[in-house]
Design a protein around this ligand. Sequence first.
Ligand SMILES: Cc1cc2nc3c(=O)[nH]c(=O)nc-3n(C[C@H](O)[C@H](O)[C@H](O)COP(=O)(O)O)c2cc1C
Length: 170
Amino acid sequence: MMLEPDLFKRGMRRLASGVSIITTVDAGERHGMVATSVCSVSAEPPTLLVCVNRSATSHAAIRRAGFFCVNLLAEQDDQLARRFSTPVGRDQRFDDRQWTTLTTSAPALVGSLASFDSEVVEAVDVQSHTVFIGRVKAIELWQSEFVPLVYHDGRFDTLRGPGQSKSEPA
Ligand SMILES: Cc1cc2nc3c(=O)[nH]c(=O)nc-3n(C[C@H](O)[C@H](O)[C@H](O)COP(=O)(O)O)c2cc1C
């Protein structure tokens, strides 16, 4: 029996996820996008993965560059997350926060929860997406006190506890 994609989507809305901005740089141009598909693969050696839609502008850039940086967002970064997840104002995505670089030249977000600067070691095409597996080359833990931004049931939320959500649906 063929399962309905809509049922899959409704099921996945129940999966709460941390929110990251994946960045890279290609031909001198910075690219970045929001992703919840980040996942730790192994600690020895430090390896993670992210699933990137082939339609995203960052997709070809990551493929060409061969590196990307995963920046974990804090609860107050919800506006930034909206900017990095819609095509509107794509040119201004990097404008009003401080970005730096670690080992690769992918932008690392100063003040995010953590940045994982990674080199692509494998890229696996699966349906509409490519799973980029990255060997982590540098890590920066920008904050010691933190509350992560989470995405759940189609909206940005916090982990502050019941009844304390601060965001309207995206
Ligand atoms: C909460 C959230 C999570 C997302 N996660 C992913 C993801 O894991 N992979 C992906 O390819 N797109 C994901 N997207 C969609 C991209 O962020 C969005 O399509 C973005 O605009 C792509 O960048 P572009 O406009 O430069 O093409 C997510 C969007 C949101 C709002």
